[in-house]
Design a protein around this ligand. Sequence first.
Ligand code: OOG
Ligand code: NI
Length: 460
Amino acid sequence: MIPQWQLRAAFAQRLSDMYGREVPAYTTLVEVSHEVNEDVLRQLGADAERFGSISRVTAERHGAIRLGTPRELHQAGRIFGALGMHPVGFYDLRSAASSAVPVVSTAFRPIEAEELARNPFRMFTSVLTTDDPRFFDADLRARLETFLSERRLFPPELLDLADVAERDRQLSEADAERFLDLAVRSFELSPEPIDRAWYEELEKVSAVAADIGGVRSTHVNHLTPRVLDIDELYRRMSDRGIRMIDAIQGPPRWDGPDVLLRQTSFRALSEPRMMRHPDGSVAPGALRVRFGEVEARGIALTPAGRSRYDALLEEIDERAAGRSAAERDEIARKVWEEGFPATERGLLDHDLAYFAFRQTGSAPLPPAARLTDLLGQGLISAEPITYEDFLPRSAAGIFQSNLSDEGTRDDGQSAAHYDAEWLAATLQRHVHDPFALYDQQQERSVRQLTWAAGSPTLET
Ligand code: OOG
Ligand code: NI
């Protein structure tokens, strides 16, 4: 029998192989990431593995897909459920983006530390908000919903196998093969001609809406390997003549601890797609929507740490308005140095980040001790808990940096309401709160410490 985590690892690998055939520059990105990771490992030794073993990091990917309807989202939930991936977080990119990005999203991912260590594959999954009148008027909405209701992204056999895999947490070898084959194929780019007039009508509203609702199938939008030095990767990709987006999203490079997530991507490439024209003729055309992204991960921040992070990004925006990119980098580093503790210990002392505590020796710990005292005495260590999620502002930046057109949004209309409850009801699954997951991981590590007697003081 093939256990769930092996299904997940195999799915991630096959999807990556498939995407590499479809978008060869992505293969270059994976190669360069591996080169950078080997170099960092050579330079830093064990420190390079502070945020995950090198085998985890080497295999690590996230993908992004975009769906059209609540029904498609529910079905995707079943497929990812089969792979031990659960919905975590609710992202409203409509408000995070300045251009027209009419989607809300979640990320499917493993949630237990052990499962993340085995294979952390995640899928950032967005669904079109067809009922948001700021983007779609009643007529366009009706035609869009009809179009979407007539398509089938996932064959029934795939969904049935997914339910078995989720229930049994494993599949027979034959079923696993069939499941993986059908699952990977449902995310392949379709050769079916695109109705050009329909695609262009949607594109006027939003390129994202066209990418989702202009075609009869779904596809990987991008895949993202993990890299240990994203600035170095950016340089090496540019040296190879691959045009990257202008910026690295997320916190600036600085000498303090790596926090959350830094991401960048290469520009979406023009891909040949067959187009059906209004006169019925079919001819080759091209679309520019798919790309490769890369990310570096750091420590997960507490709600207080996250508020600090959001406030600092805003401060950078204010202070860097109208400045050049180089000046902006300089300002960003300054703002960070002024506003963020320069060490992991500083993050811990101010309760800004999550840590897993481990005993350094085998002797039981003195009772009623404070964690900070034990740390000071070297009786325990604090290991950073890796951030496993996404950032709405960075996600919006990734969407936008690859849109050539702003699209249109009628802000005179009021937004359709979506929230985490809507997401949970649509998926018929619990949507996990990322902060709660990190908090549990930290608490579990404290509970696993062995105390000589009495109950520990949990405060730091
Ligand atoms: C998803 C964009 C978000 C990320 O890494 O933040 C994302 C998309 O473009 O469909 O993948
Ligand atoms: Ni991404």
